[in-house]
Design a protein around this ligand. Structure first.
Ligand code: A2P
Length: 342
């Protein structure tokens, strides 16, 4: 990284992802000269930590971004639509965690280990992919390079933290209510999520005309954009499960060429950011709670798909708030700092 220090703004600093952005930015010693926190007017004046200091939260609607080098946005798509262009006009580079700009032609969609080189073609906004997509493409990329990929069949088991702080609180409260026999109330999810699996993400306006949810379509469209290959076939079902942190994915890959499970383990484990946990004889495989708080994408249960000529099954687990959101965004900022792109 060069000697420069940066003014960094976090829009959505009070949220589940914003909180991790604050922590990770500090922990990884990103060269910050000043940090600014922004959220809704409800949070204006609240103080949140930056190391040992306290920083006052500004109202995003009123804030100007003059002097901000990097603005990390995680305050929801409609806020990104509204305020990210203003941040860019004020001279900031926006790294946006929402889906607002991901599929726009001029907006690079980045997982640094895979396509960091694309960052430089940005016009002010760089998009952070969807959490489920990030961990899946991290596990697909080494296989793609080695054996080519024809088709992916993925089913996700997604934790509630993907829907933010209120969703975390809802699972906590509902679990308690169900166990105590008190009627449970559902505000965030369409049905109570405690002790349930809900095959619908997001929580409202989910379904398109083809019957797939918007979360499902992200897994197809974003994977193709990040991998730079419009021919990869992806079919998917996304499910919300009563887990607080980490998404799990059952990923079936049909490859162009042969790849043994042993080879897959070897190339996955040597891919930056991926760790193989795969020893069935000792009941070792990735778990959501073990992955929570970690930076890596964990892959296990790697085995041959015997129903096709060349194919593999695997189980992919990662902390959706870290690599799936906050960490990936900060790695984009680090890539820019290291390569003099900011
Ligand atoms: P606030 O805490 O003031 O509502 P989460 O995904 O955990 O629900 O977090 C959402 C983030 O987006 C929070 O930081 C939240 O701030 C912020 N946010 C929500 N609505 C607005 C808004 N209208 N303007 C600015 N920030 C908002």
């Amino acid at each position: 990284m060069n000697e420069k220090k940066y003014t960094v703004a976090i829009a959505g600093a009070t949220g589940a992802v914003g909180e991790k952005m604050r922590e990770i930015l500090f922990q990884r010693n990103f060269p910050v000269s000043q940090v600014r926190y922004m959220a809704s007017s409800r949070s204006m004046g609240r103080k949140l930590p930056w190391g040992d200091e306290q920083v006052e939260v500004e109202d995003l609607a009123q804030a100007d971004f003059k002097g901000v080098d990097i603005a990390l946005f995680s305050a929801g798509g409609s806020r990104s639509q509204k305020y990210a262009p203003r941040a860019v006009a004020d001279g900031a580079i926006v790294i946006d965690n929402s889906s607002a700009f991901r599929m726009d032609e001029g907006v690079p969609l980045i997982v640094p280990e895979i396509n960091g080189g694309e960052i430089k073609r940005h016009k002010g906004i760089i998009a952070n992919p969807n959490c489920s997509t990030i961990q899946m493409v991290m596990a697909l990329k080494p296989i793609y390079e080695y054996a080519g990929i024809k088709r992916v069949v993925v089913t996700t088991f997604q934790s509630v933290s993907g829907s933010g702080m209120n969703a975390i609180k809802e699972l906590e409260l509902q679990s308690k209510n169900v166990l105590e026999g008190t009627p449970e109330k559902s505000e965030v999810f369409p049905y109570p999520i405690a002790f349930e699996c809900i095959p619908q993400i997001p929580n409202s306006d989910a379904f398109g005309e083809n019957g797939y949810t918007s979360e499902e379509m992200k897994l197809l469209n974003e994977t193709r954009k990040i991998m730079g290959d419009d021919k990869i076939a992806v079919t998917m079902t996304t499910v919300r499960v009563p887990v607080f942190i980490s998404h799990c994915e059952s990923v079936n890959v049909e490859t162009e060429k042969d790849i043994t499970p042993e080879k897959a383990r070897e190339i996955l484990d040597s891919f930056p950011g991926v760790k193989v946990q795969d020893d069935p004889s000792k009941e070792i495989y990735p778990l959501a709670r073990k992955a929570a708080g970690k930076d890596e994408v964990f892959v296990g249960r790697i085995r041959k798909d015997e129903s096709v000529q060349y194919g593999l099954n695997m189980w992919v687990v990662s902390d959706n708030i870290r690599k799936g959101a906050a960490l990936n965004a900060i790695q984009i900022a680090e890539y820019m700092a290291t390569n003099n792109l900011v």
